[in-house]
Structures are given as C-alpha cells and as structure tokens.
Write a protein that binds this ligand. Structure first.
Ligand code: SF4
Length: 355
C-alpha cells in the first residue's frame, strides 16, 4: 500500500479533509489497485458514520423531450445528434400519476421534475402545483429545469417547490451552448428564492482530466459552506449513449472509477459538520459501497437514454432502489423532512407485499 494513501486515509479518519492536490492524486489512482479499494472502503465508513447508515431514495420524472438547442454534446436530446425528432410534453395528469407511483411507498426523500433547456413555464408551474398536492410533505419537490430567473423561481416556490438542482457542468460553454455565467446566475436566483440546493460534478467521461473533476468538487464544497440550504452533491458519469458525440464504451468510466470518485468526494467533505448527502449516477453497487448514499429512480424522458420512457430502459424504479440499499447493508432510509424509517427485513417484506 502506498504510504501516501495510508496517510490520507488516516487524516480523513480524524475528520480532516483532503486538499486539491490530494484529490487530483487520488482521482488518478488505478481504479483496481489496493489503494483505490482502500479509499472506497474508508469513504464507505465515513459516509455511513456521518449519516447513521441511512440512505436517500430520489425519483425523477422527465416531462418533455425535443431536439434541444442547448446542444450539450453528452446528451441524447442534443439537436445536432439526437435521434428524437418530435416535441413531446407529458400531460399534467400523467406527471401526477407517475409522482403518486413514486411516492406510494412513503419513503421517497425527494422528487425531481426534469425539463429541457427551454420549457413551457405555465405547464411546469401547473405540474409543480398538482404534484405537490398529491405527494407526502416528507418528500421534497425539486426542479431540474433550464436556466431560469428569480421571479419564476419565486412562483415555483409559492406553488410548492422545495429545491433546485442546477449545475455548472464540466465543459460548460465548450461542450454546450450555455455559458457558465448563465448557469451560475440561475443557481444564484434559485438560492435567492429560498430554495434548497442540489449540486453534482458531471458529466465525467474517460477523457475528463482529474484537475477538472477536483476543481468542481471544491467548487461544490465552497457552495456548501456558503449555502445553508445545500442538501446534497454527487458525481455522475457521462454515458456512452447512442445519439451523442460520445457513443462508444471507451468513452465511459467504469463503476469502479465512479466509486473511487465517490470516495474522493467524501474525503473532500470530511471536515464538514453538515456532511452532505452524497449521490452518484447512474445507480450501481460499487458507488453505494464507496461513500455514496443517494440513488435516483427514474421514469419518463432521460438524457442518458434513447428510450421514450427510461423506466423501460436505463432507469430503475423505487422498489429496485430500495432493494439496492437493503442489499448494501443500509439500515435506514431518510426522508426529505429529516425523519427516517428503519430498513428492516420486516419493512422490506411489507413493501414487497404492498406492491
Ligand atoms: S442536457 Fe439538458 S440542456 Fe443540454 S441538450 Fe440535454 S436537455 Fe438540453
């Protein structure tokens, strides 16, 4: 074992965080090495200790799809490469039906309503209002929408929105038609509207430099310190989905590497008293054993899928995610209001019987 890695792990176990140089070094480890395995294991222990061995189930409903003018080169909806030709928007009653399906077990931490870069604001507002009316108070309702200004975020908050997921992505303005400044302005607007904030280091491909990943991790940490309403952050791989510039498995990182990145992100936050909920995408067991503690079930449209309904493609449903947490040895699920349910064999049997 490299003594440098041993020293870093010992430091983190004393609740000290790693610095930027250490993050770059760890990201560069061979993912199958004993050192990377040790990082993943230590991060698993760290996250579970901080959150009482609890995990969070998220859900996401993609409510529309069209060839998108933002043209993000990693997205299957990007107008220059997409296989989608039509503009399809899910009706409000269908969004509500799917929201009820996601929350019927009563243990969903949060639900994202996802649109494209531009979207019908009236329709989205109606979806927020209608979904908020049927989901439990203990489930957060969170936007995943295109760039947006303060007045509209205020309307969304009044309609029952709890939080916003908005990210300045790696390669923003180069791999996308959106400027990093516009993304930042949207994040500030959501914060000013009083919404809870969700962040992510994404998209990460096989060619993404370690420095770019580490830089985003430390930006997330700075934001977490500034924003008392910051719930969670994570790491997301760039998928090699057809109808994108990055089609082809050689472009994609493995789940072992994604798990290592979960470990590094956990170490970046090791000195935080308000330790965030650390997520990853897509769902996989390695990350769940490496400091990751949020998994998202998905339905509807998905920019990492070419299926019109991702629950029939790449997306997992809530029972499958719950089972992942149980099999990974998590013993609690946390809800959006901070309450928890015990993830016991009896609870699992009950949820299976409820269907
Ligand atoms: S990632 Fe979002 S904004 Fe970018 S092309 Fe896809 S749908 Fe549009």
């Amino acid at each position: 074992m490299d003594p440098k890695v041993e020293g870093i792990i010992a430091k983190v176990q004393e609740d000290a965080a790693i610095d930027y140089e250490e993050a770059v070094f760890l990201i560069g480890l061979d993912e199958a090495s004993p050192e990377a395995t040790a990082v993943r294991g230590a991060a698993n222990g760290l996250s579970r200790a901080r959150h009482g061995n609890a995990g969070a189930i998220w859900g996401q409903i993609g409510i529309d799809v069209y060839p998108c003018e933002a043209d993000c080169q990693f997205c299957s909806f990007a107008k220059s490469t997409t296989c989608f030709t039509e503009h399809v928007t899910m009706p409000v009653d269908e969004v509500v039906r799917r929201a009820k399906e996601f929350t019927k077990g009563g243990d969903l931490f949060g639900l994202y309503l996802m649109t494209m870069n531009s979207y019908d604001e009236d329709h989205y507002l109606e979806c927020v209002r209608a979904v908020r009316a049927v989901i439990p108070d203990s489930t957060l309702l969170v936007s995943n929408i295109g760039d947006t200004d303060l007045p509209y975020f205020r309307k969304l908050k009044e309609a029952g929105l709890d939080g916003a997921y908005h990210v300045k992505r790696i390669g923003e303005g180069e791999l996308t038609n959106i400027s990093p400044e516009r993304r930042e302005a949207t994040i500030r607007a959501a914060f000013e509207a009083g919404l809870r904030m969700e962040d992510c280091c994404e998209p990460i491909g096989a060619d993404t430099p370690a420095e770019a990943i580490a830089t985003r991790m430390f930006e997330m940490k700075a934001r977490h310190r500034e924003m008392d309403c910051y719930d969670g952050c994570g790491v997301m791989k760039r998928t090699s989905v057809p109808c994108t510039r990055f089609e082809g498995l050689g472009n994609e990182i493995t789940n072992m590497r994604l798990g290592l990145l979960n470990g590094v992100l956990s170490f970046v936050f090791a000195d935080e008293k308000r330790y965030p909920w650390i997520g990853f995408h897509e769902a996989n067991m390695v990350s769940l054993m490496s400091g990751g503690c949020c998994v998202t079930a998905e339905t509807g449209f998905n920019p990492r899928d070419t299926s019109e309904d991702t629950s029939a493609g790449r997306g997992l449903d809530v029972p499958a995610v719950r089972e992942m947490f149980y099999q990974a040895g998590f013993r609690k699920l946390v809800l959006g209001d901070g309450s928890t349910v015990d993830l016991t064999p009896e609870y699992m049997a009950l949820k299976i019987a409820e269907g």
